[in-house]
Ligand binder design. Structure first.
Ligand SMILES: Nc1ncnc2c1ncn2[C@@H]1O[C@H](COP(=O)(O)OP(=O)(O)OP(=O)(O)O)[C@@H](O)[C@H]1O
Length: 351
């Protein structure tokens, strides 16, 4: 027995992930806390650096990897989730790590192509890229379209150079990740840590759109959960539109999102207002507290900052479905945690 976030007290714990225990004032361990993995949720995990966001996301990932009927995908900008594939304590955690992710070029519309390449659609080169992206599904076809156009030489050269730049990122491939490859029983860890912000955003957008569309068109029969670490990076780029779609329209087709960020003030207001589960570690920055205070639910009587925990792994959970607030300690990882800051002392001990 315990509390299931998203369901309530004394709810059955089937299709729910064990994420921690209640935190008692005297430090003793309380009853178990679970997260509902049955229905769709938008979950926001926040906290200042080093207080356990990635660790908590890893715990949610372990539970999702073991759950039935879901297809979890982690977008991993820091390269810390491949450790999910290492031997686990207890039940196995089935994982597939994708080291060199690619998506199909046509997941981006003409507007996104222009902003990805930093071209205004009002310029000659921007207009060419717009037209090429509108008419062709691959980078090679887009390039050919530009070369064969009768636009001025300088515009064609500039457009081709920009398309070639996108090609060097190595993230566009007609056979890239799609919903059917992602919709496996394992959790897929998409390691985007070697990529710059623009290609990283392109991959994230491609995956978010592929999962969303596949559910809308009824092409996959598992419910997708998209977990995104360092989520502020993607609200700053071309992934934002796709994430907004999932946040505002994902519930009906059953697409869930779990976002982790140390800067809640840098994700969009939509991400905060649409989240039905907020997991907050310690936070101290004024702008971040303000962003969360502004969205504070009416059933929360004290101000948000008064509730905040002090130590790594401690959280306050606001569950909008049951309109309840919980002080909890996130459980230990069953697989090694890949994050954390390196310590000079620990390195010296191994010399
Ligand atoms: N639930 C927990 N139980 C035990 N230790 C924890 C827990 N959560 C975090 N820690 C400890 O805190 C450290 C920092 O956690 P983590 O790497 O998840 O921080 P973070 O908030 O994601 O930081 P960053 O912003 O740098 O990614 C971990 O290496 C671990 O030692």
């Amino acid at each position: 027995m315990g509390f299931v976030i998203g369901r309530g007290a004394d709810a059955a714990t089937e299709q729910a992930g064990h994420v921690g225990r209640y935190r008692a004032l005297d430090g003793s361990q309380g009853t178990k806390l679970y997260l509902d993995l049955d229905g769709p949720h938008a979950t926001l995990i926040v906290g200042k650096r080093g207080y356990g966001k990635s660790f908590t996301m890893g715990v949610v990932a372990e539970e999702l990897a073991r759950a039935a009927g879901v297809t979890p995908v982690v977008i991993d900008p820091m390269g810390v989730f491949s450790t999910l594939a290492e031997p686990a304590d207890g039940e196995a955690v089935p994982v597939e790590v994708v080291d060199e992710p690619a998506v199909s070029a046509d997941v981006l519309g003409p507007r996104s192509w222009c902003s990805l390449l930093g071209l205004s659609a009002e310029t000659g080169a921007g207009a060419l890229v717009w037209e090429a992206a509108q008419q062709h599904p691959t980078l090679a076809d887009m390039r050919r379209h530009v070369e064969q156009s009768d636009a001025p030489d300088t515009d064609r050269r500039s457009a081709v150079n920009h398309i070639d730049l996108a090609d060097t990122w190595g993230v566009f491939d007609p056979d890239g990740l799609d919903a059917s490859t992602l919709a496996s029983t394992e959790i897929t860890v998409v390691d985007v840590s070697g990529l710059d912000s623009a290609p990283m955003n392109a991959v994230c957008r491609g995956i978010a759109e592929a999962l969303y569309r596949a559910r809308v068109d009824d092409r996959i029969d598992r419910l997708p959960w998209l977990l995104i670490d360092e989520a502020h990076t993607f609200f700053d780029g071309i992934a934002e539109d796709a994430l907004h779609t999932v946040l505002t329209r994902g519930r009906a087709p059953g697409v869930s999102l779990v976002l982790a960020t140390q800067r809640p003030s840098a994700v969009s207001e939509i991400a905060i207002s649409q989240s039905d589960v907020l997991v907050s570690h310690r936070l101290t920055a004024g702008a971040d507290l303000e962003a969360l205070n502004a969205a504070q639910p009416t059933y929360m009587n004290d101000s948000f900052d008064e509730r905040l925990p002090t130590d790594p792994g401690e959280v306050v959970v606001i569950d909008d479905a049951t309109e309840t607030i919980h002080a909890a300690q996130i459980r230990a990882r069953d697989t090694p945690h890949g994050g954390g800051s390196p310590s000079a002392r620990e390195l010296a001990d191994h010399e």
